[in-house]
Design a protein around this ligand. Structure first.
Ligand SMILES: [Zn+2]
Length: 226
């Protein structure tokens, strides 16, 4: 330890830091496991929808896929179709990111609502070429949080979300919405990315495409099977 001013000042700060009550040493306004206030983790705490709405609670989401267990299991089951070693495990560490805000649908404050957005990239198997690819999922919920089968007035752009229990976990809603956003049949977005349309040299066909018309018809059919 030198005696220059910089390190002296540091030692002073450090002694002050040590003299502080333990609870004041860390910034308790953030999220995380050190956070010991009554309202711990807004993403994981169980609260009633009315409480969340009354607080106009904003929930920031920056959470690894692996903490969304049902979603992780579904993605794992999809990827299990691939041979070992085809997919690295790090997709579980990618984060679901977004923000949700609670409030009430109308001035009478009778119906709690939640809106916002969240997104994540999972890995998936393309059903056309059976190769893994990165599948973007995004949700932009606008939900009326309704108990059981309670009948509610309709509000523009809001969907009814029936709560099964008296309290909810924001993380569970986000997870359910992401699972609902999974496509029934995942595919590469474009023919250029998809190996099913690749030529022998590994490149997507660009010049000679005798079946191009058929391909676009098929794409049309897939978009709109009726
Ligand atoms: Zn593909």
């Amino acid at each position: 330890m030198g005696t220059d001013r910089k390190s002296t000042r540091f030692m002073g700060d450090y002694r002050q830091f040590c003299a502080m009550p333990v609870n004041d040493r860390f910034d308790t306004s953030g999220r995380g496991p050190y956070h010991a206030r009554a309202m711990g983790n807004p993403l994981r705490d169980r609260r009633t929808a009315v409480d969340l709405a009354s607080d106009e609670q904003v929930v920031e989401i920056a959470e690894k896929i692996s903490s969304f267990r049902n979603l992780t299991e579904i993605v794992e089951a999809d990827l299990a179709a691939l041979g070992a070693g085809k997919v690295a495990g790090e997709w579980r560490d990618r984060e679901v990111r977004g923000e949700l805000q609670f409030g009430f649908a109308a001035l009478d404050r009778s119906i709690p609502i939640v809106s916002g957005s969240a997104s994540v990239d999972v890995d998936a198997v393309c059903q056309r070429c059976l190769e893994p690819f990165r599948l973007g999922l995004s949700i932009e919920p606008r939900l009326l949080l309704v108990k059981g089968q309670e009948a509610v007035q309709e509000f523009d752009d809001f969907e009814v979300w029936e709560l099964e229990e008296s309290t909810l976990r924001v993380q569970d809603i986000v997870e359910e919405l992401l699972i609902m956003a999974l496509p029934l049949s995942a595919r590469h977005d474009t023919m250029a990315e998809c190996k099913a349309f690749a030529t022998d040299d590994g490149n997507a066909p660009k010049m000679k495409r005798p079946f191009a018309a058929l391909g676009s018809q098929m794409q049309q059919f897939e978009k709109d099977p009726d």
